[in-house]
Design a protein around this ligand. Structure first.
Ligand SMILES: *[C@@H]1O[C@H](CO)[C@@H](O)[C@H](O)[C@H]1NC(C)=O
Ligand SMILES: *[C@@H]1O[C@H](CO)[C@@H](O)[C@H](O)[C@H]1NC(C)=O
Ligand SMILES: [Zn+2]
Length: 453
């Protein structure tokens, strides 16, 4: 760790003790997808897959085109905005992977590492006195000594030990009861890497490690943030468990089920889950015995380019109680790429609690929100959700009929792949099983079964 960061950290600690201040902030940035060939006439590779129209992207240029991954100037503008918007009590930054454009897949390891270094340097300058906690995505180079060297400014020695071999680590916040657990979801995902034996060995090691870390945290009465590139659950536009157009990275079904099982088992100490990967602003809920016990908030990407969809670039600033880790709110910022008249203007998109009228950020309040999103009587909340989903990129919500709304609802509330498919197939049973503790609903369910059998 760099000595100036350690000093700032110690001063922060003392300050916390003196003032008993609790409110802290952290950024969550994800899916930067830096494309070094952005707008280059010979390459512009990061633009070519989604629309098959490379001419278009080249003509529009800069980062004003939704079919291209992030240009260097988009990354710089995001960094400049974050340093300007810096709260005094910014504690850390979660950086959940997919640093590089998927168009760089076939480039040399050397070149990819150079690109990662350039992005690392920008973040290091932007957050000169904070720690950045990176998680690896499926478009990133695998863990290595060279990544360790790049990120040792942010990670303590014990973290680097597991990071170097598996790409996962845990950070103990010494001044609070919050522990950050960063997973390497790539080890549990499908795709080419799966056939590699050492890969599955490391995937198994990560399970054992995760369970040990959570048991230890419970013993020490710590609260935990689970952080990874890809989290459990499905993408509403894809089949559960299939690899998405974003180039894979989805958890394989057995990993998804096992992670959900662990989350249920440790929901008492999990204060939040933070994922990227979907290039969408959404959330997922985990239930145990029909009750919501844990939430995951998914931050939208910095890149405007999605998997079969497009969105505005987003950056998210969380507000939390830094003693307990309780998340209080977040502010979602965005850059309107289509409407900007050439100038780059980052703005507040919304604040979570105010936007949806939540009294707090909890599994219970987000479960109530999921019900409102599905509501047939009031499309207002669904409209807000679908507007935020692609970061205010114009989306014609009249396309989304009630079956489509229901699929969104299933994606939010059914992180288990089988349950998701069952929910989508059968809206009536979805309603009934969610209210399984409600005997009237069970009766209704029974009647429905009798009627349909
Ligand atoms: C990294 O930054 C250096 C210095 O600005 C630049 O020359 C190089 O082209 C960049 N490489 C990539 C892959 O972004
Ligand atoms: C959202 O929250 C931020 C930070 O707490 C605050 O400065 C801002 O005024 C809020 N914006 C809106 C639109 O409520
Ligand atoms: Zn991505």
């Amino acid at each position: 760790m760099n000595p100036s960061r350690v000093l700032v950290y110690i001063i922060g600690l003392l300050w916390l003790h003196l003032t008993d201040a609790k409110i802290g902030y952290f950024w969550h940035i994800t899916d930067l997808h830096y494309d070094p060939f952005h707008n280059s006439p010979e390459f512009h590779r990061g633009c070519k897959h989604s629309r098959g129209n490379t001419e278009h992207s080249h003509r529009n240029g800069r980062h004003r085109d939704h079919t291209c991954d992030s240009s260097w100037s988009l990354i710089q503008s995001a960094a400049a905005f974050m340093s300007e918007r810096h709260p005094d009590t910014l504690e850390f930054v979660l950086w959940t992977g997919d640093i590089l454009s998927s168009s760089m897949e076939h480039m040399s390891e050397e070149f990819k590492l150079e690109a990662v270094r350039n992005v690392t340097d920008v973040l290091s300058r932007t957050f000169s006195s904070q720690f950045v906690f990176p998680a690896l995505g499926h478009n990133d180079p695998p863990p290595s000594r060279r990544l360790v060297d790049m990120w040792m400014q942010w990670l303590p020695t014990e973290a680097l030990r597991t990071f170097e071999t598996g790409g996962y680590y845990t950070i103990e916040q010494s001044h609070s009861k919050l522990r950050i657990v960063v997973l390497n979801s790539v080890l549990w995902a499908g795709g080419a890497a799966r056939s590699d034996g050492s890969h599955s060995h490391r995937g198994r090691a990560q399970w054992d490690w995760l369970e040990d870390v959570l048991l230890e945290a419970r013993k020490k009465k710590e609260m935990v943030y689970l952080v990874a590139h890809a989290g459990p659950g499905v993408e509403e536009r894809h089949n559960a468990g299939s690899s998405s157009a974003s180039g894979g990275g989805e958890l394989i079904p057995s990993a998804n089920a096992r992670l959900l099982h662990i989350i249920k088992g440790f929901s008492d100490i999990i204060a939040g889950q933070f994922y990227g990967h979907r290039h969408a602003d959404t959330f997922r809920l985990v239930y145990r015995d029909g009750r919501p016990v844990s939430w995951a908030l998914l931050a939208p990407s910095l890149t405007p380019r999605g998997a079969g969809s497009i969105s505005n670039p987003g950056l998210r600033l969380y507000k939390f109680d830094s003693n307990t880790g309780k998340v209080l709110d977040y502010t979602q910022y965005y850059l309107d790429v289509t409407n900007s008249r050439g100038e780059v203007h980052w703005a507040v998109e919304y604040n979570l609690t105010q936007y949806y009228g939540l009294r707090e950020v909890s599994a219970t309040s987000l479960d109530a929100l999921a019900d409102k999103i599905r509501s047939h009587n009031d499309r207002g909340v669904f409209t807000k959700y679908i507007t935020a989903l692609r970061v205010r990129h114009s989306h014609d919500i009249s396309d989304c009929d009630s079956a489509c709304v229901h699929v969104h609802y299933c994606a939010i509330t059914r992180a288990d792949y089988h349950e998701f498919r069952a929910c989508v197939r059968n809206p009536a049973s979805a309603l009934a099983s969610r209210a399984a503790h409600n005997s009237a609903a069970i009766l209704l369910h029974a009647i429905l079964i009798l009627l349909t059998s």
